[in-house]
Design a protein around this ligand. Sequence first.
Ligand code: ADP
Ligand code: MG
Length: 640
Amino acid sequence: MAQEKHFFQSEAAELLKMMIHSVYSNKEIFLRELISNASDALDKRRIEVLSNDEYGEYEPRIHIMRDKEKRTLTILDNGVGMSRQEIVSYIGTIAKSGTREFLDAAKHDGSKNGFSAGEMLIGQFGVGFYSAFMVADKVELVSRRLGSSEAWRFESSGDGSYTLEEASLPECGAVVKLYLRQQNGEDGEDKEKDYTDEWTLRDIVRKYSDFIAYPIVMNCSKWKDKQETVEDEVINSQKAIWCKAEAEVTEEEYREFYRHLSHDWQEPLTRIAINAEGSVNFRGLLFIPQQAPFDLFMNEKSGGLSLYIKRVFIMNDCKYLIPGYLRFVKGVVDSEDLPLNISREILQEDPRVRVMCRSTLRKLFAALRKMLENEREKYDGFWTAFGKVFKEGVIHDPENAKTLLELSLFHSTHKLAAGWTTLDVYKTRMKPNQEGIYYLVGRDLATLKDSPKLEAFSEKGYEVLLLTDPVDEVIMSHTHEYGETKFIDAGTGQVASEEERKEAEKQMETLAGSFAPLKEKIMGALGDALSDARLSARMKSSPACLVGDGNAMSLQMEQLMRAMGQEVPPAKRILEVNPEHPVIRKLMDLAQAGDARVGEFAEVLYDQALILEGASIADAGRFTRLLAGIMSRALETDPE
Ligand code: ADP
Ligand code: MG
């Protein structure tokens, strides 16, 4: 069959160009990437073989073959391989969303946080294969898919196009052959390493890929009887890093292992080693990244840990080992006590797996608690990146809800600028007669901190949590309390003590008569939107605010549900007015006197209250006209 010429998808071509022209000093990582692909492919083969009896025995291996004369380096594996279609879509295309944006940003700002664009590209977009073009001017890939008899040869010089033709390969897997660039420069920093040199390659493999669970075999020279011969030798220790004592592992090794596991280009925020003994013995190594992946919320099914049994890889992304709200945690768990031929269905039901999950969680929470106590800044970073997802657990994992709340951070009215507070610290600041933990839900901090609903609380010196995540409202109404302390919605709840409430009620009753005409006007003008208008002692300096009717959804929740495409009939709200406010007092008088303008004033009051809720007003044009009218009258330039 003839050779076909293909063009790289434009994003792919552009990434390639960046790779080739990268002045990236750390070019040796191309080998790490190719080995890591080989290791991934062997993992995949193992999974497919487990679920298909037709695939027979095989000896997993990764080979590195160097040829000094021809200046080629070949990396071979007998993993799952790729079909023709897979070569086109995995190598010729970059399917990840956000690639375009990233490319544009990288052009303007070559490096970020000390990482070169090259490193970020490889990490964030899984373009590890392309890193071969940093050292090679031609790359050839021959691959045969497990279960297929045909093989395909891909060849490219990184010039925007590649060729595909039929080839042959004795077994499934992939063979990647690099035609290395001429070494430039004589000595000094510019000089490229010789990637056919045995010791250079040994060093690179030891540095980045020592823990790879499959043997990496290389043709090495041996001296026997003063004669140089070539022999294959395994050049990685294959030691499972999670089985070693922490003191035996260098930071660099941990870093490389994390990289291999997560494809993250940054260092992890923290690492948690587990060595559990008890009804189930297992070891684990978990990492929390520094930053959330861009698809953390789009991809709610992602996550899970890698499961090993007796050092043998079983599966990636095992969801039974860690709940979904911790989907950002990366890591491995390895048990001696599970049978190697365990199936997915059994995994899900196995009580030992549940024990492992529970004790992994315990370890993780303990580590987080320690970070919260001793490394607050780091913890704030954790919370900024993952707090939103973490909090989902309060709803989905009732067994741990209390612990999760304990580890949660909140904004509050106490020293707003100073950042977050925990519930425990909030409780230490509670006033003696304070009935519970007050919270207010809103669109953003800026809107919340100006809310009229806070006025009575701040006057009493009560702290109020300011909640801006959609999930917060669900959490609060779901859990009701923290320890013995109730959560109270400051939007509907009352701040006053029993006595004060009675006092206020009495006062409102005495005012009821003079409020009646105003109430009639308000309901007349706004009856479609309001279920009631009433006097309230809630505010101190604002004239009016909107509150929910009993268990009604908040305005935010309503808007969120609509944004998610749900039909939510707008709940009618209550307009509360402050009889202490001069505007309200004046309006009560005007209404009593039958002044025709009162209806319009009521509309403006209502729209203002909406704005303070962070909600949008129904008819902005009318609002502006009404307001302009009021202003011009106030300025006594009313044309009428
Ligand atoms: P990533 O490994 O992050 O997905 P790469 O650019 O390194 O990105 O590889 C792209 C894809 O090409 C891989 O996800 C895999 O599907 C396929 N691939 C690469 N190398 C191999 C290989 N040796 N065997 C089988 N498939 C491979
Ligand atoms: Mg890769």
